[in-house]
Write a protein that binds this ligand. Structure first.
Ligand SMILES: *[C@@H]1O[C@H](CO)[C@@H](O)[C@H](O)[C@H]1NC(C)=O
Ligand SMILES: *[C@@H]1O[C@H](CO)[C@@H](O)[C@H](O)[C@H]1NC(C)=O
Length: 374
């Protein structure tokens, strides 16, 4: 089933830098082997790309608590929207930290929160309305409230001076924006935003909300904040399956619509760094990292870029991966696990580029450099 068009280059607009040589250098960096964490904790806010099980505790149809999700985590479905680990799990490994536990899990208390907590929730957007048709979710604003709950528990666990230092040295990762497009702007039958805003105005709306929350993180005392942009969503199996693009190609119009969001997020990072003494905000260029993978799949061992490993219909992207469905046998050959989400292999490339990459991957510095500042 996966022999057609595997070697096809996938052009999708002018954003993508072809960085195959550099990428292979990054991939050869040694693993961090020591148990000594580079930061005391990692706090995660985001959507299904980084949810580690919060939606298991919510009335939502956006859940991944069944096999074959987790097939490569010893057949253990955890609520992660992946065959294995997510981007933040793999970033935690590079930092020498355990995967931050899910906020909504009742066992996430006491000493278990000391090295960070994951507040991410599938279907969440920057806008409260995004993703509402999936049911309950922790939106960005609710995740900020939940983060404050986490931090007030932590405050009771150390001295005021230690707490200040702990917050300043901890890493915050925010992964948002995809649902504001996929599950809002690009669904005109359910959401009116595309009638009310042109693409650039919608991006500005998202960025002004995002900026407000990022400044709140600073006012809470957090100082290291990593914010990946949005991937080329026109290339995910779900968007290819709409038939809006030519066969075998990404939907360029979708990638153009979200281009201004990514550009704006990068300039926002510059502005935040100028007005936030002692803090470092970093933009993660997910768009070019995924674009590079899609344009040079063989350089990473991928052979299938246009179909999900688990899913149904056109591009295995019309219906997402169902309970007990048989996925593709070799997940490391696929960029996309289901209609919306990358495989663990693709996530590990994103994590390594965020951690070790040059400014074209992580701007103005990479995550490793963030941890060494101050
Ligand atoms: C504060 O940090 C120091 C150095 O790590 C540690 O020895 C001390 O026990 C901490 N105090 C509290 C109250 O957490
Ligand atoms: C799975 O795919 C990867 C990447 O192409 C390859 O290196 C590996 O040998 C494959 N494994 C099996 C069992 O076919």
């Amino acid at each position: 089933m996966n022999t057609n068009g595997q070697k096809m280059k996938v052009p999708f607009g002018g954003y993508v830098l072809i960085l195959a040589v550099m990428a292979s250098v990054i991939l050869q960096q040694p693993e961090l082997v020591t148990g000594q964490a580079r930061v005391p904790a990692m706090f995660v806010l985001g959507d299904s790309l980084v949810d580690s099980g919060n939606n298991n505790f919510l009335q939502s149809v956006a859940r991944a608590n069944y096999l074959p999700y987790g097939i490569d985590l010893n057949f253990r479905p955890t609520g992660r929207f992946s065959n294995g680990l997510t981007f933040v799990d793999l970033l935690a490994q590079l930092l020498g930290l355990p995967s931050p536990p899910a906020f909504a899990d009742p066992t996430t208390t006491g000493n278990r929160i000391l090295q960070g907590v994951n507040h991410a929730s599938a279907a969440a957007g920057i806008l409260d309305e995004s993703g509402y048709h999936y049911g309950a979710r922790f939106t960005l604003s609710q995740q900020m409230v939940n983060l404050e709950t986490t931090l007030s528990q932590l405050r009771t666990m150390m001295s005021p001076q230690n707490f200040t230092d702990y917050l300043a040295r901890s890493l915050v990762v925010l992964v948002f924006g995809s649902n504001d497009y996929i599950n809002n702007y690009l669904l005109p039958n359910l959401y009116s935003s595309s009638f009310r805003y042109r693409p650039a105005d919608f991006a500005n709306l998202l960025l002004s909300q995002y900026a407000r929350q990022l400044l709140t993180l600073y006012s809470l005392g957090l100082r290291k904040i990593f914010i990946p942009g949005v991937a080329p969503l026109g290339c995910i199996p779900n968007q290819r399956a709409t038939g809006a693009g030519p066969p075998g190609r990404c939907v360029d119009s979708v990638n153009q619509i979200l281009g201004t969001f990514n550009e704006g997020l990068k300039s926002l990072v510059d502005q935040l760094n100028q007005r936030s003494p002692g803090a470092i905000f970093v933009y993660g260029n997910t768009y070019s990292a995924i674009g590079d993978i899609l344009n040079n799949p063989a350089a990473y061992g991928f052979s299938v870029v246009d179909r999900a490993c688990c899913g149904i219909g056109r591009n295995q992207g019309q219906i997402t991966c169902l309970p007990m469905q048989n996925p593709c046998p070799n997940r490391s050959q696929y960029v996309f696990w289901d209609a919306f989400h990358p495989t663990q292999t693709a996530n590990s490339i994103l994590a390594r580029r965020a951690f070790y990459g040059p400014p074209s991957d992580a701007y103005p510095v990479n995550v490793q450099q963030m941890t060494l500042l101050r």
